[in-house]
Design a protein around this ligand. Structure first.
Ligand code: GLN
Length: 254
Protein backbone atom coordinates (compact mmCIF):
# COMPACT_ATOMS: atom_id res chain seq x y z
CA UNK A 1 0.00 0.00 0.00
CA UNK A 2 2.85 2.36 0.92
CA UNK A 3 4.41 1.61 -2.47
CA UNK A 4 1.09 2.44 -4.17
CA UNK A 5 0.95 5.89 -2.53
CA UNK A 6 4.59 6.52 -3.39
CA UNK A 7 3.75 5.73 -7.00
CA UNK A 8 0.68 8.03 -6.99
CA UNK A 9 2.81 10.78 -5.48
CA UNK A 10 5.47 10.27 -8.12
CA UNK A 11 2.86 10.44 -10.89
CA UNK A 12 1.39 13.63 -9.43
CA UNK A 13 4.83 15.21 -9.24
CA UNK A 14 5.61 14.35 -12.85
CA UNK A 15 2.18 15.67 -13.89
CA UNK A 16 2.71 18.98 -12.09
CA UNK A 17 6.17 19.35 -13.64
CA UNK A 18 4.65 18.73 -17.05
CA UNK A 19 2.01 21.38 -16.29
CA UNK A 20 4.77 23.87 -15.50
CA UNK A 21 6.46 22.88 -18.74
CA UNK A 22 3.18 23.48 -20.51
CA UNK A 23 3.15 27.10 -19.44
CA UNK A 24 6.51 27.75 -21.10
CA UNK A 25 6.99 31.27 -22.31
CA UNK A 26 9.09 32.14 -25.34
CA UNK A 27 12.26 32.64 -23.33
CA UNK A 28 12.32 29.04 -22.12
CA UNK A 29 11.37 27.77 -25.55
CA UNK A 30 14.48 29.52 -26.90
CA UNK A 31 16.69 27.84 -24.33
CA UNK A 32 15.48 24.45 -25.49
CA UNK A 33 16.28 25.19 -29.13
CA UNK A 34 18.94 23.03 -30.72
CA UNK A 35 20.66 25.10 -33.38
CA UNK A 36 21.99 23.67 -36.62
CA UNK A 37 25.42 25.08 -37.33
CA UNK A 38 27.21 24.41 -40.60
CA UNK A 39 30.85 24.54 -41.56
CA UNK A 40 33.46 23.71 -44.13
CA UNK A 41 34.76 20.13 -44.20
CA UNK A 42 38.40 20.48 -45.27
CA UNK A 43 39.90 23.73 -44.02
CA UNK A 44 42.54 22.86 -41.44
CA UNK A 45 43.43 24.22 -38.93
CA UNK A 46 39.85 25.58 -38.67
CA UNK A 47 37.91 22.43 -39.52
CA UNK A 48 39.02 19.07 -40.85
CA UNK A 49 38.03 15.44 -40.56
CA UNK A 50 40.07 13.37 -38.12
CA UNK A 51 39.93 9.84 -39.55
CA UNK A 52 41.22 8.36 -36.29
CA UNK A 53 38.29 9.61 -34.22
CA UNK A 54 35.73 10.06 -36.99
CA UNK A 55 35.17 13.61 -35.75
CA UNK A 56 35.71 17.08 -37.17
CA UNK A 57 38.41 18.99 -35.32
CA UNK A 58 39.89 22.47 -35.55
CA UNK A 59 39.90 26.00 -34.23
CA UNK A 60 36.31 26.74 -35.35
CA UNK A 61 35.04 23.45 -33.90
CA UNK A 62 36.72 24.14 -30.55
CA UNK A 63 35.73 27.81 -30.41
CA UNK A 64 32.11 26.87 -31.12
CA UNK A 65 32.16 24.16 -28.44
CA UNK A 66 33.75 26.48 -25.87
CA UNK A 67 31.29 29.31 -26.56
CA UNK A 68 28.34 26.90 -26.52
CA UNK A 69 29.45 25.56 -23.15
CA UNK A 70 29.90 29.07 -21.78
CA UNK A 71 26.51 30.26 -23.06
CA UNK A 72 24.44 27.08 -22.75
CA UNK A 73 23.91 26.87 -26.52
CA UNK A 74 22.77 23.48 -27.82
CA UNK A 75 23.72 22.71 -31.38
CA UNK A 76 24.43 20.12 -34.02
CA UNK A 77 27.41 20.74 -36.29
CA UNK A 78 27.22 19.73 -39.96
CA UNK A 79 30.46 19.92 -41.96
CA UNK A 80 29.00 20.30 -45.43
CA UNK A 81 31.69 22.34 -47.23
CA UNK A 82 32.06 26.13 -47.50
CA UNK A 83 29.73 27.10 -50.34
CA UNK A 84 27.03 24.59 -49.30
CA UNK A 85 27.25 25.93 -45.73
CA UNK A 86 26.57 29.50 -46.86
CA UNK A 87 23.73 28.27 -49.10
CA UNK A 88 22.11 26.33 -46.25
CA UNK A 89 22.09 29.38 -43.98
CA UNK A 90 20.59 31.51 -46.76
CA UNK A 91 17.94 28.84 -47.44
CA UNK A 92 16.98 28.69 -43.75
CA UNK A 93 18.13 25.06 -43.55
CA UNK A 94 20.77 25.94 -40.96
CA UNK A 95 20.89 28.61 -38.26
CA UNK A 96 24.50 29.72 -38.51
CA UNK A 97 27.86 29.15 -40.14
CA UNK A 98 31.35 29.05 -38.66
CA UNK A 99 33.81 28.24 -41.42
CA UNK A 100 36.76 30.59 -41.46
CA UNK A 101 34.32 32.97 -43.12
CA UNK A 102 35.68 36.43 -43.83
CA UNK A 103 33.50 39.36 -42.77
CA UNK A 104 32.95 41.59 -45.81
CA UNK A 105 30.60 44.47 -46.60
CA UNK A 106 29.15 42.50 -49.50
CA UNK A 107 28.34 39.51 -47.28
CA UNK A 108 26.87 41.84 -44.63
CA UNK A 109 24.04 42.51 -47.08
CA UNK A 110 22.79 38.93 -46.63
CA UNK A 111 24.40 37.79 -43.33
CA UNK A 112 24.67 39.20 -39.81
CA UNK A 113 28.10 38.58 -38.35
CA UNK A 114 29.49 38.18 -34.85
CA UNK A 115 32.55 40.10 -33.74
CA UNK A 116 35.65 38.96 -35.60
CA UNK A 117 37.45 36.06 -33.92
CA UNK A 118 40.55 35.53 -36.11
CA UNK A 119 42.36 37.68 -38.65
CA UNK A 120 43.64 36.28 -41.93
CA UNK A 121 43.92 37.14 -45.60
CA UNK A 122 44.58 35.23 -48.82
CA UNK A 123 47.85 34.51 -50.57
CA UNK A 124 48.83 33.28 -54.01
CA UNK A 125 49.69 29.57 -54.10
CA UNK A 126 51.67 27.75 -56.82
CA UNK A 127 53.43 24.41 -57.29
CA UNK A 128 56.58 23.92 -55.25
CA UNK A 129 58.81 24.05 -58.36
CA UNK A 130 56.88 26.82 -60.18
CA UNK A 131 58.55 29.98 -61.53
CA UNK A 132 55.32 31.98 -61.21
CA UNK A 133 55.68 34.67 -58.60
CA UNK A 134 53.07 37.33 -59.38
CA UNK A 135 49.78 37.99 -61.18
CA UNK A 136 51.81 39.09 -64.23
CA UNK A 137 53.02 35.52 -64.73
CA UNK A 138 49.46 34.14 -65.00
CA UNK A 139 48.84 35.35 -68.57
CA UNK A 140 47.23 32.57 -70.64
CA UNK A 141 47.14 30.18 -67.67
CA UNK A 142 44.35 28.58 -65.63
CA UNK A 143 43.82 29.48 -61.96
CA UNK A 144 41.93 27.18 -59.58
CA UNK A 145 39.16 28.66 -57.43
CA UNK A 146 37.14 27.36 -54.48
CA UNK A 147 33.42 28.10 -54.78
CA UNK A 148 32.09 31.02 -52.78
CA UNK A 149 35.41 32.13 -51.29
CA UNK A 150 37.32 35.38 -51.09
CA UNK A 151 40.15 33.66 -52.96
CA UNK A 152 37.77 32.92 -55.84
CA UNK A 153 36.49 36.48 -55.80
CA UNK A 154 40.04 37.83 -56.00
CA UNK A 155 40.98 35.42 -58.81
CA UNK A 156 37.89 36.31 -60.82
CA UNK A 157 38.25 40.05 -60.24
CA UNK A 158 41.76 40.04 -61.71
CA UNK A 159 41.44 37.57 -64.58
CA UNK A 160 40.62 40.01 -67.37
CA UNK A 161 43.36 42.43 -66.44
CA UNK A 162 45.99 39.69 -66.16
CA UNK A 163 44.75 37.49 -69.01
CA UNK A 164 44.10 34.18 -67.26
CA UNK A 165 41.00 32.02 -66.88
CA UNK A 166 39.63 30.30 -63.77
CA UNK A 167 38.42 26.78 -63.08
CA UNK A 168 36.08 26.26 -60.12
CA UNK A 169 36.39 23.53 -57.48
CA UNK A 170 34.25 22.69 -54.48
CA UNK A 171 36.93 22.46 -51.79
CA UNK A 172 40.42 23.56 -50.82
CA UNK A 173 41.98 20.14 -51.39
CA UNK A 174 40.58 19.88 -54.91
CA UNK A 175 42.16 23.17 -55.91
CA UNK A 176 45.52 22.12 -54.41
CA UNK A 177 45.31 18.84 -56.34
CA UNK A 178 44.59 20.68 -59.60
CA UNK A 179 47.82 22.65 -59.15
CA UNK A 180 49.85 19.58 -58.22
CA UNK A 181 48.43 17.74 -61.29
CA UNK A 182 49.34 20.68 -63.49
CA UNK A 183 45.72 21.31 -64.57
CA UNK A 184 45.94 24.75 -62.98
CA UNK A 185 48.96 26.87 -62.10
CA UNK A 186 47.80 28.78 -59.03
CA UNK A 187 45.04 29.50 -56.53
CA UNK A 188 44.40 32.09 -53.82
CA UNK A 189 43.94 30.46 -50.44
CA UNK A 190 43.69 31.73 -46.88
CA UNK A 191 47.19 32.28 -45.55
CA UNK A 192 46.90 30.25 -42.35
CA UNK A 193 45.20 27.37 -44.13
CA UNK A 194 47.73 26.97 -46.94
CA UNK A 195 50.50 27.38 -44.36
CA UNK A 196 49.06 24.45 -42.43
CA UNK A 197 48.75 22.33 -45.59
CA UNK A 198 52.35 23.02 -46.64
CA UNK A 199 53.56 22.26 -43.13
CA UNK A 200 51.76 18.92 -43.45
CA UNK A 201 53.50 18.01 -46.69
CA UNK A 202 51.31 19.40 -49.50
CA UNK A 203 53.72 20.13 -52.38
CA UNK A 204 52.89 23.79 -52.91
CA UNK A 205 54.41 27.14 -51.97
CA UNK A 206 53.11 30.65 -51.44
CA UNK A 207 54.30 33.69 -53.38
CA UNK A 208 53.91 37.38 -52.60
CA UNK A 209 52.20 39.17 -49.80
CA UNK A 210 49.04 38.48 -47.83
CA UNK A 211 45.98 39.87 -49.69
CA UNK A 212 43.02 41.64 -48.00
CA UNK A 213 43.69 40.80 -44.34
CA UNK A 214 40.33 40.82 -42.52
CA UNK A 215 38.51 39.03 -39.71
CA UNK A 216 36.61 35.77 -39.70
CA UNK A 217 33.13 35.88 -38.17
CA UNK A 218 30.33 33.55 -37.13
CA UNK A 219 27.28 34.36 -39.28
CA UNK A 220 23.51 33.95 -39.46
CA UNK A 221 21.10 34.83 -42.25
CA UNK A 222 20.49 38.58 -42.07
CA UNK A 223 17.66 39.44 -39.71
CA UNK A 224 17.46 35.99 -38.07
CA UNK A 225 18.83 34.38 -34.89
CA UNK A 226 19.88 37.69 -33.31
CA UNK A 227 20.03 35.97 -29.90
CA UNK A 228 22.57 33.50 -31.27
CA UNK A 229 24.89 36.29 -32.43
CA UNK A 230 24.54 37.96 -29.02
CA UNK A 231 25.41 34.74 -27.23
CA UNK A 232 28.33 34.06 -29.55
CA UNK A 233 29.73 37.54 -28.87
CA UNK A 234 29.24 37.20 -25.10
CA UNK A 235 30.84 33.75 -25.11
CA UNK A 236 33.73 34.92 -27.28
CA UNK A 237 34.45 37.75 -24.84
CA UNK A 238 34.36 35.27 -21.95
CA UNK A 239 36.68 32.69 -23.55
CA UNK A 240 39.09 35.47 -24.48
CA UNK A 241 39.04 36.71 -20.87
CA UNK A 242 39.44 33.29 -19.25
CA UNK A 243 42.28 32.03 -21.45
CA UNK A 244 40.28 29.35 -23.28
CA UNK A 245 40.56 31.15 -26.64
CA UNK A 246 44.37 31.34 -26.40
CA UNK A 247 44.47 27.71 -25.31
CA UNK A 248 42.54 26.69 -28.45
CA UNK A 249 44.84 28.65 -30.77
CA UNK A 250 47.90 27.21 -29.03
CA UNK A 251 46.53 23.69 -29.48
CA UNK A 252 46.61 24.26 -33.25
CA UNK A 253 50.05 25.85 -33.23
CA UNK A 254 49.00 29.53 -33.37
N1 GLN B 1 38.03 33.06 -45.62
C1 GLN B 1 37.61 32.69 -46.94
C2 GLN B 1 36.22 33.21 -47.22
O1 GLN B 1 35.53 33.62 -46.34
C3 GLN B 1 37.65 31.18 -47.17
C4 GLN B 1 36.74 30.39 -46.27
C5 GLN B 1 36.75 28.90 -46.53
O2 GLN B 1 37.20 28.46 -47.59
N2 GLN B 1 36.26 28.12 -45.60
O3 GLN B 1 35.81 33.21 -48.33
Amino acid sequence: MKKFFALVLAILMVASLAACGGSTNDATADQAKVYTIVSDNAFAPFESYDSETGEYVGIDMDIMAAIAEDQGIEYNMMNVGFDPALAKVQAGQADAVIAGMTITDERKEIFDFSEGYFEDGQVMVVAKDSDIDSLDDLNGKVVATKNGTMGAEYANANKDEYGYTTKAFEGSNEQYQAIINGNCVACFEDYTVIGDAIKNGVELKTVGEKINPSFYGFAVKKGTNAELIEKFNAGLANIKANGKYDEILAKYGM
